[in-house]
Ligand binder design. Structure first.
Ligand code: NDP
Length: 306
């Protein structure tokens, strides 16, 4: 039986892994893909992690994983099908096996939210993308749009502006949500045009995206934007389906857990983007991982001493 099984290998999961390993816990990290790092891998540049200004997101993900490897953390690639709480013993079922553990740290992160407009599903991979750093290269010299007003949308727009002829940033309000420093960076780019108070109503084209039907929410005027690509950056959805029947979550599906990442189920911890909290950043995910590992260690110590 493991002391702790960490589900997920993004910054929260990897941080939990190094803290748990250094604390002498018997642990396993389960990851869905063979590539650790989570969303960081798709981030062009991370400029707000202390001591690593201008860090390439992919390189950062690799470094995080290397740190865990150096300590000898055990990893396994597996999709978790279910989690069962039997008190001081918890079961994790994957397709191949059932694992037993005292504690679980859920660090499954989040997935991209969809826009939910006509044409979105049809054109995924044919002009509709959720990752500018993954797909931006296909749009060199072309006109594209980014929808959203958060950090990711602003970063994506700035990234695409380096190689695209023109980038429209379409935001539903008259104020951007993303960091001020990113807003300033965008304002300095001549080929970026911000369409405030606009929403995308439909994505149009024959075999791939050719235009967007947009609506100006201020004057109700409709317009057509000629673009070859639409990058959707309208937020994230927590990957918490595995535990929703077990632990308390908010209406958005985020797990309710305190600073120590402990949920209402003893021995089940939630770290990173899955946890309800005011700031979702790499640094807060890493902090969650550390807190969760220490709390899981204390929990396991309590069991062992009985
Ligand atoms: P956010 O939730 O911050 O922003 C989502 C944006 O999409 C908002 O501007 C929102 O509008 C808009 N939006 C939501 N739904 C719709 C819709 N249906 N139609 C149109 N627009 C919509 O998500 P992000 O993906 O930008 O960021 C996720 C988290 O990751 C954030 O906490 C962010 O701070 C963090 N992050 C951290 C980074 C780092 O640590 N370096 C880098 C990038 C992101 P409105 O503003 O009106 O709500």
């Amino acid at each position: 039986m493991y002391d702790v099984v960490i589900i997920g290998s993004g910054p929260a999961g990897l941080s939990a892994a190094i803290y748990a390993k250094r604390a002498g816990l018997n642990l396993l990290v389960l990851e869905k893909n063979p590539m650790s790092g989570g969303q960081v891998l798709n981030t062009y540049e991370v400029d707000n992690y202390l001591g690593m200004p201008g860090m390439d997101g992919f390189d950062m993900g690799i470094k995080f994983r290397e740190h865990a490897d150096r300590l000898g953390v055990e990893f396994k690639v597996a999709s978790v099908l279910s989690v069962e709480n039997q008190g001081e013993r918890k079961l994790i079922c994957t397709k191949e096996e059932t694992l037993e553990t005292r504690a679980i740290i859920l660090a499954t992160g989040a997935v991209h939210a969809k826009l939910g407009v006509d044409g979105e599903e049809k054109f995924i991979g044919k002009g509709v993308s959720y990752c500018a750093t993954c797909d931006g290269a296909f749009y060199q010299g072309k006109r594209v749009a980014v929808v959203g007003g958060g950090d990711v949308a602003l970063e994506d727009a700035a990234y695409l502006a380096r190689t695209c002829e023109k980038v429209y940033l379409i935001h539903r309000r008259d104020e951007l949500r993303g960091a001020f420093v990113l807003q300033q960076a965008l304002a300095a780019l001549p080929n970026v045009e911000i369409l405030y108070n606009h929403v995308v109503e439909e994505i149009e084209g024959q075999d791939s995206v050719e235009s967007l039907r947009v609506l100006n929410l201020k004057d109700n005027k409709k317009d057509s934007l000629s673009v070859s690509g639409l990058f959707v950056a309208v937020g994230i959805l927590p990957e918490t389906e595995l535990v929703r029947a077990l632990v308390n979550c908010d209406e958005g599906g985020y797990v309710l857990a305190g600073e120590d990442c402990a949920t209402n189920v003893p021995g089940l911890f939630a770290a990173g983007d899955v946890r309800k909290k005011p700031l979702r950043q790499i640094v807060t995910a890493v902090a969650d991982g550390a807190n969760a590992a220490v709390a899981a260690g204390n929990y396991c110590g309590g069991i062992k001493e009985k």
